[in-house]
Design a protein around this ligand. Structure first.
Ligand code: 7PM
Length: 276
């Protein structure tokens, strides 16, 4: 199965690695614009070399309690990075945003996929995504980033998330966004307890009947920090195990910080599948 990302074809017949590139001031410490672009470009080159076929560029921190980022600030962060990466490197650029104007300018600057943790629920986002004709990843989140971890609760985790996906898919189709252009992400860590996160990992294959490619992001997340009592810089092995379980559970794209290691892990799985 090949997904058309603004002219670049993404082969989803085996799991692909999406590398995370944050262009927030905290990730490039001096916050200077040119330093930020250079750093993003260098990170992009390395990630592609290491096996990433998609780079997810985000300028808004969705960390619980993070301040909201203005439209102007978000554009100033992501657009120069997208232009630089898109003009120099052969890769699908994913724009991690919930703002319709950022979606429009990012796609005009070379992005070929929209990654929206708010699943196109912000005003104008559905219409923007429908106009832009690029694939969209709809992520599930219970609540809002600021408050989502206060008391997550589900009747049945997978059933509830499936119902959310069904509702969002319908809203997309009504807005003229074809189902064939959608990807789904259950949103690890977004309004989920520790138990919910591991339940999701165990039950990932239950999303398969929806018939849409799955994207998952577990890289360095606090579910591993709590499980193992490890700081964010010390969660690589756990993240790799998580990526392997996601791929085995049917994920088509894994969103990660550690591209090279994740790519190796996925090759092990691919090798076992070739002899089945
Ligand atoms: C602080 C807390 C900083 C959480 C960053 C995060 C996902 C995503 C993120 C995901 C999709 C992170 C998250 N997570 N997009 N954006 N799926 N589609 O750990 O799981 O990267 S932000």
């Amino acid at each position: 199965m090949k997904l058309d990302c603004a002219g670049r074809l993404l082969d989803l017949s085996q799991p692909q690695v999406m590398g995370i590139i944050n262009v927030t001031p905290d990730s490039f410490s001096d916050g200077g614009r040119f330093h930020g672009v250079d750093a993003a470009l260098a990170q992009a080159r390395k990630m592609i070399n290491d096996g990433a076929t998609i780079l997810d560029i985000g300028g808004e921190s969705t960390r619980p309690g993070a301040p909201d980022v203005s439209l102007e600030e978000e554009l100033n962060r992501v657009i120069p990075a997208i232009e630089a990466i898109g003009s120099e490197l052969d890769v699908v650029i994913s724009i991690d945003t919930s703002k319709p104007q950022v979606m429009r300018e990012a796609v005009a600057s070379g992005a070929g996929l929209i990654n929206d943790v708010r699943a196109l629920q912000e005003p104008g986002a559905l219409a923007a995504a429908a106009d832009l004709q690029v694939p969209v990843c709809l992520m599930h989140m219970q609540g809002q980033p600021r408050t989502m971890q206060s008391a997550p609760s589900y009747q049945d985790l997978v059933t509830d998330i499936m119902a959310f996906f069904a509702q969002r898919i319908q809203a997309c189709e009504q807005a003229g966004l074809a189902k064939e252009r959608l990807l789904l992400d259950p949103g690890f860590g977004f309004g989920k307890t520790q138990e919910h996160n591991f339940q999701l990992l165990a039950r990932l294959e239950q999303f398969r009947p929806l018939g849409l490619p799955l994207l998952t992001g577990l890289s360095r997340k606090s579910m591993f920090g709590s499980l193992l009592d490890r700081n964010v810089g010390d969660r690589l092995a756990a993240s790799l195990a998580g990526a392997m379980l996601c791929a085995q559970g049917g994920a088509s794209i894994v969103r990660v910080h550690d591209v090279r290691e994740t790519w190796d892990v996925l090759q092990v799985l691919a090798a076992t599948q070739r002899i089945k």
